[in-house]
Structure formats: structure tokens, C-alpha cells
Design a protein around this ligand. Structure first.
Ligand code: GCU
Length: 157
């Protein structure tokens, strides 16, 4: 069962999962730490208070601490906008290890066109995990809105 709703409080989400529901976990990009860039709100359609706009340079990154209630395989979807005319692949690391060296963020149309990325399958530890999204081109990442995680065990908890 999937309840598609957004909670800012990950412990509340975990609590719901512990009651036997499989719910997506959401984290807003603007809750993370930026190596360089800004949290902006000038393109409508984002969730939360804004979106992350990393500095245009190879290597700028966003790092997020996420807590998950159980270890295992999780599906990650990024909500993002790429109004430029070129894809913006990024390296994705989990707890320091490369999970995908060039995860693609194709063009979405306008900067106000927010889409979910393709699925990225990740192994996460129970408890704290650190996700880092690093631009690998001189344009860095697209504008990043939030990350959505779905437990891939198919069993709920
Ligand atoms: C435009 C847009 C920004 C975006 C930037 C980019 O300036 O307004 O929100 O981050 O392009 O190319 O990354």
C-alpha cells in the first residue's frame, strides 16, 4: 500500500512505516548541505520552501542526511527541473561510495517543468545514510526539488 503524502518529519514517516504501511519517504533538497550554490524559489512548482541551484562548475554538490527505518534496497527518484538544452548527469554517492557515476537528468522543458528522474536503486543502511549528488559537467546539477525513496522489499515492514 502506498500513501502518497509528504511529511517533513522523517521520524513520523518511519513511525507510519513501522505500523505496516509502505510509504514513500521524502526529503526536500533544501534541507541538505551545499558545497556551493543557493536555495532559490524563483521557478514555481517546487515543494517545500525552495529548490537547490548548485553553482555551475564541475564538482559542486548537494549532500543530504537521510534516516531510513530498515536496511535494504530502496528506489530513489529525484524531483528536478532542467530548463536548459542539455542533459545534466551527476555522480550519486551513498555513504561515500559511488552508486552511479553518471546518473542522468534529462531536459524537462522549462525551469518550471518539474519531473521525477528515472529510478535509482540503492542499498541503504538502517538509520543514517549520506547521499551526495555531484555535478560532473561544468553546468553541474539541474535544479533539485526533493528526493523520494520507496522501500523496494515489496513487503512493507
Ligand atoms: C537559469 C535558471 C536557474 C538555473 C540555471 C542553470 O539561470 O533561472 O534556476 O539554475 O539557469 O542553468 O542551472
Amino acid at each position: 500500500m502506498i500513501i502518497d503524502t509528504t511529511f517533513a518529519d522523517l521520524s513520523l514517516q518511519s513511525d507510519i512505516i513501522n505500523r505496516g504501511f509502505m510509504v514513500p519517504l521524502f526529503i526536500e533538497a533544501e534541507e541538505g548541505a551545499l558545497s556551493s550554490g543557493s536555495v532559490d524559489n524563483n521557478h514555481a512548482g517546487f515543494t517545500g520552501t525552495g529548490f537547490v541551484n548548485l553553482t555551475h562548475e564541475t564538482g559542486s554538490y548537494l549532500e543530504l542526511d537521510i534516516m531510513v527505518p530498515e536496511s535494504g534496497t530502496w528506489d530513489l527518484f529525484f524531483r528536478y527541473a532542467n530548463g536548459s538544452d542539455a542533459n545534466r548527469p551527476c555522480e550519486i554517492r551513498v555513504n561515500g561510495s559511488i552508486a552511479n557515476s553518471q546518473f542522468d537528468f534529462p531536459v524537462t522543458g522549462e525551469w518550471t517543468d518539474w519531473d521525477y528522474s528515472d529510478r535509482l536503486e540503492l542499498y541503504l543502511n538502517s538509520g543514517l545514510n549520506i547521499i551526495r549528488i555531484t555535478g560532473i559537467t561544468s553546468s553541474s546539477a539541474p535544479n533539485l526539488d526533493h528526493l523520494k525513496f520507496i522501500n523496494d522489499t515489496g513487503t512493507g515492514i
